[in-house]
Design a binder for this molecule. Structure first.
Ligand SMILES: [Zn+2]
Ligand SMILES: [Zn+2]
Length: 402
């Protein structure tokens, strides 16, 4: 354990999450922010191609002394929609999604819980007199919700908070980590995320419709126009495919908003089976997302902090946690020894997921939560077998497959 000399730094410079910062901590991105370039290109590229197409039509109309005025609004609306779309993309990706600041030390032990209670599962690696239960019950709107202790952030995750294993932060009203935006979607950017996917869907329909219009507008038969106007053909196919993706996402999130669920909750809990404690009725649910004020960020990334205030305690990411608890000496440089599929995973979730699956034969896809296919389950099982031979006690509670 290293303790650095006292030195004034800004919070973003010593941030323990995997975020990337720009403009001195004013903009906060996820670790996979590079995918923003690809996403922007997938929006701007076809939009520019469409505008070039309309411009060539305008030029053609003018050269033949025909009326080009109706084409101007078409190009203006396309430009406005594209700019709005990129704006929502950027604003969703560049703001704090609702990160909960980590604790410097674990909360005090709750003395009301008997240490010898056999049914209570304890947080690992703590001396007996400081033991903390792994879960606590919290009452939300008359429903009992289990909240879990986060080993990385050293706090009990409040209801609807989840730890994003990619960003390595606990996020309020965690929806999912969007790989296209390279950012978590949480309480502070969900509204903008929804605007982004909605604008993308409208842009798709718009370009699709006017590309058909361009084809029908050409002289001669439709087939002749299709065989000659390659750009419109490509735009029609592209928008058709993209519509199923962004349109599907828009409809799915509209359903989630109306029923007050997050993607995470939808895939994990399936409220159809148990009552959703957050559902207040469709109108109130819609108001909560679109009309309620976005809470201020709980992190001042530009605040000056004394570096020695924050004990340089190595952050325990899921991978590291597993390394330590498995008694393996992987170390930073030998991270390749861990299978790719096991990196950036929420091991607590795997554990619970397996329990869930064993408890019921519900079949659902949890592709957004934990990609726990048969291969992974097998890998986890085989890892446990390997560990069993060495350090069963250390591993206990971390990855439990039986
Ligand atoms: Zn956490
Ligand atoms: Zn994330």
């Amino acid at each position: 354990m290293d303790v650095a000399k006292p030195e004034s730094k800004r919070l973003y410079q010593i941030w323990r999450g995997n975020n990337k910062f720009l403009f001195g901590g004013r903009l906060v991105f996820g670790p996979d922010v590079a995918s923003l370039f690809l996403s922007s290109f997938l929006i701007v590229g076809p939009a520019v191609a469409f505008c070039v197409k309309i411009l060539s039509i305008i030029r053609h109309q003018l050269s033949e002394n025909k009326n080009a005025v109706p084409w101007y609004p078409i190009i203006i609306v396309a430009i406005v929609l594209t700019m709005l779309d990129v704006f929502f993309l950027f604003i969703t990706s560049s703001r704090d999604p609702g990160i909960i600041p980590r604790n410097k030390k674990p909360p005090e032990c709750d003395e009301t819980i008997e240490i010898d209670t056999p049914s209570v599962e304890w947080v690992n690696g703590r001396p007996p007199h400081l033991k903390l239960p792994r879960t606590k019950d919290v009452i939300v709107n008359g429903h009992t919700i289990k909240v879990k202790f986060c080993d990385t952030c050293l706090l009990y995750r409040p209801p609807r908070v989840s730890h994003c294993s990619i960003c390595n932060n606990c996020v309020q009203r965690f929806d999912h980590h969007c790989p296209w935006l390279g950012q978590c979607i949480g309480i502070r950017n969900y509204k903008f995320f929804y605007m982004f996917i909605t604008t993308s869907t409208i842009l798709c329909i718009y370009v699709f419709a006017f590309s058909w219009y361009n084809i029908f507008h050409r002289q001669g038969s439709v087939w002749k126009a299709i065989s000659r106007d390659y750009l419109s053909d490509i735009l029609i196919v592209y928008c058709f495919i993209a519509f199923w993706f962004v349109g599907g996402l828009t409809f799915f999130h509209f359903y989630l908003i109306c029923t007050n669920q997050t993607t995470y909750e939808n895939f994990r809990y399936r409220y159809s089976k148990k009552e959703n404690p957050y559902n207040k009725g469709m109108i109130k649910n819609l108001k909560e997302v679109f009309l309620s004020e976005i809470p201020p960020s709980r992190n001042n990334f530009r605040a000056i902090v004394e570096e020695d205030e924050v004990t340089v305690r190595e952050s325990t990411s899921s991978k590291e946690k597993m390394d330590i608890e498995m008694g393996n000496n992987f170390g930073e440089d030998s991270s390749h020894t861990l299978p790719d599929i096991l990196r950036n995973l929420e091991y607590d979730d795997i554990e619970e997921n397996i329990k869930d699956r064993e408890a019921s034969d519900r079949s659902y896809s949890d592709q957004f939560v934990v990609p726990l296919g048969p291969d992974l389950k097998e890998t986890v099982s085989s890892l446990k077998v390997e560990v069993d031979a060495n350090t069963v006690e250390k591993c206990d509670g971390m990855i439990r497959t039986n």
